[in-house]
Design a protein around this ligand. Structure first.
Ligand code: ASP
Ligand code: MG
Length: 413
């Protein structure tokens, strides 16, 4: 018997049949004695459909207040239908919008942050034996306006509820059955991980494994809410995301996963003065353009000049190159160059903290595969390299093998 938050994403509640399927799984858990708060997304495609409707009416502006009123209806449909489906099965249930709970947020429409959650109405229902069904992705601000938490925000709703209610676990049901050692579409031998730490998950997520919203993982880490990713379609244990467990670290794999990101572009500003303020002169205005910079590398200066290289999202590449070219004289740069056909390849693992030689193992294997590394950055639990995009699949598979990440038994269905 446990107190659980179970969150179902859009595909899991995408049709009436799927909603009924979710209701049956919930009934099973309820019959087994679990206390359950369910958080649901809008039916798949619904939020996009609503966004398109808004665009059709207001093509030039985004009225975020009205957009939030509109988008929150998607989840409101699902909570009502799921509660009805539960009642059809004889399970006592009750639905709540974010405002009804209430999930109080700040007033940043379309990207609101949760400030507090009133747990009293939920606890009252739970004590009365009901399954409580809460709309994800939405809240209400101090003045009573409906807010939304940003795309994918139902994950955050679920984690926040689990934290506020002090649940045993927050279970995220989705269309994959867990977190994998790498993307199974690139490496067929990728293996589902039984466990991963919050830190590792954050690195994997920020590197493009889109299983969970990053904010939700951060939130779960901050409030120490055990998070489990499971499939709504295929029974299994999924992947548990928790803190690093000291006892387990003896058996810990050096590397837990291979992550990658194709969305990057690299830019080099060559021959700038090697003096205080140069990095700021280049990156300050880029941050003013609202462009996020990822990796940053400055060469050791020679002849009082240095080269400065960084990566940005590929969509921003042209804008940043044009901007820097317009500032070339001002920056005193010899040249501005770049490449938008690169990819970032990373190994992630808390095991790296206590083991030396992992970087050299990675570099040796990549060199044996004939892959040139253009940039390298490291953190305590991650080593990232930038390579030519055309070698990405090769690199992922080589490192997956090098760090022995494939399962012993082929766990394929
Ligand atoms: N329905 C919202 C979206 O599509 C929130 C969510 O699914 O988490 O972004
Ligand atoms: Mg979602």
């Amino acid at each position: 018997m446990a107190f659980l938050v179970k969150k179902y994403g859009g595909t899991s509640v995408g049709t009436v049949e799927r909603i009924q399927h979710v209701a049956r799984s919930l009934k099973e858990a309820r019959d087994a004695g679990d206390d359950i708060v369910v958080v649901v997304s809008a039916m798949s495609g619904e939020t996009n459909r609503l966004v398109a409707l808004a665009k059709a009416v207001q093509p030039a502006v985004v009225d975020v207040r009205e957009l939030d009123v509109l988008l929150s209806t998607g989840e409101q449909v699902t909570i009502a239908l799921l509660s009805m489906a539960l009642k059809e099965l004889g399970v006592d249930a009750c639905s709540y919008t974010g405002a009804q709970v209430k999930i109080l947020t700040d007033d940043s429409h379309s990207k609101a942050r949760i400030l507090s959650i009133d747990t009293k109405p939920i606890m009252k229902d739970i004590e009365a034996g009901k399954v409580v069904v809460v709309a994800g992705f939405q809240g209400v601000d101090e003045s009573g306006d409906i807010t939304t938490l940003g795309r994918g925000g139902s994950d955050t709703s679920a984690v926040a509820l689990a934290a506020a209610l002090k649940c045993d676990e927050c279970q995220i049901f989705t269309d994959v059955d867990g977190v994998y050692t790498t993307d199974p579409r690139v490496e067929g031998r990728a293996r589902r991980l039984d466990r991963i730490t919050f830190e590792e998950m954050l690195e994997m997520a920020s590197l493009g494994s889109k299983v969970l919203q990053i904010r939700a993982v951060e939130f779960a880490g901050k409030y120490n809410v055990p998070l489990r990713v499971l499939s709504s379609f295929k029974p299994g244990e999924g992947t548990l995301i928790t803190y690093d467990d000291e006892e387990d670290s003896m058996e810990q794999a050096l590397v837990s996963g291979i992550a990658f990101n194709r969305d990057e572009a690299q830019i080099t500003v060559a021959g700038v003065a090697d003096t205080p303020g140069t990095a700021f002169a280049i990156l300050g205005p880029i941050s003013d353009l609202n462009v996020e910079v990822d990796m940053i590398i400055q060469n050791v200066g020679a002849d009082d000049t240095t080269d400065f290289t960084f990566t940005v999202h590929r969509d921003e590449y042209k804008r940043v190159i044009d901007f820097l070219n317009s500032k070339k004289a001002e920056l005193g740069a010899k040249s501005i160059s770049g490449n938008d056909r690169i990819a970032k390849l990373s190994i992630v693992g808390v095991g790296m903290r206590s083991h030396a030689g992992i970087a050299s193992k990675m570099f040796r294997r990549l060199s044996e595969s004939g892959i040139n590394m253009r940039l390298i950055t490291t953190s305590e639990i991650k080593i990232s390299v930038v390579i030519d995009e055309k070698y990405l699949e090769l690199g992922v598979r080589a490192l997956h093998e090098e760090f022995e990440l494939a399962g012993d038994e082929a766990e394929k269905d």
